[in-house]
Ligand binder design. Structure first.
Ligand SMILES: NC(=O)c1ccc[n+]([C@@H]2O[C@H](COP(=O)([O-])OP(=O)(O)OC[C@H]3O[C@@H](n4cnc5c(N)ncnc54)[C@H](OP(=O)(O)O)[C@@H]3O)[C@@H](O)[C@H]2O)c1
Length: 183
């Protein structure tokens, strides 16, 4: 149930669009440290842009505030906060998970883009994960993606990308689809 907005006995999860998550994890499932990404990986940023462009993206207030230039262009930026007077430019503000998902207006999947709190809250609703695995174990991490039990997911695609001078770690781009119950 909507924790801060509805108050009513309803569950207003968006039914029209599929909900996907997109995330980069290290070998331990870490996603960030001290409010920032684990490292700068232009190849993963390009991948992220290609997957999310033209769609609605849903994120926590802390992830939004980690962006150096504010809202990401070409996408509907939906930011979740409990703060009632939060109104940064170029952003659709939502005050609970359900309202964020139902606020999506752009076509195709709704993409949950982090961070840890929002990944955890939406994980049961996510049908596809666009997963980048960074072939490294980072130190001093403080944010994680929920544990993925691969028995519950089908690997639709998997592509290796070797390290290079701009991307210091080998990357694996995977697309995971949740198995339907009973299969
Ligand atoms: N590796 C990746 O792919 C990736 C992607 C995204 C983010 N990250 C990393 O993840 C870390 C940030 O994660 P985080 O968990 O600290 O923060 P977050 O999920 O980005 O944002 C948390 C904030 O969202 C709001 N919020 C959360 N649940 C809510 C709810 N149910 N209702 C209303 N508002 C709610 C609150 O905002 P208010 O405090 O304003 O109320 C809360 O403080 C950073 O290190 C970031 O770089 C990594």
């Amino acid at each position: 149930m909507c924790e801060t907005h509805c108050g009513a006995k309803r569950h207003c999860v968006k039914m029209m669009s599929a909900i996907s998550a997109i995330v980069a994890i290290d070998r331990n499932g870490a996603i960030g440290k001290q409010g920032l990404l684990l490292c700068h990986l232009p190849a993963d940023m390009k991948h992220f842009k290609e997957i999310t462009m033209g769609h609605s993206i849903v994120m926590g207030r802390k992830t939004f505030e980690s962006f150096p230039k504010g809202a990401l262009p070409g996408r509907q930026n939906i930011v979740i906060t409990r703060s009632r007077d939060y109104a940064p430019p170029g952003v659709t503000v939502a005050h609970c998970i359900d309202d964020a998902l139902t606020a999506a207006t752009m076509p195709g999947d709704v993409f949950v883009i982090g961070g840890e709190q929002i990944y955890r809250a939406t994980f049961p609703l996510v049908s596809t994960i666009y997963l980048t695995v960074i072939d490294h174990k980072f130190d001093d991490v403080d944010a994680y993606f929920p544990r993925i039990d691969l028995r519950s997911w089908t690997i639709l695609s998997q592509e290796e990308r070797p390290a290079d001078e701009r991307n210091p770690y080998r990357l694996t781009f995977m697309t995971l689809q949740r198995k339907r119950q009973g299969r």
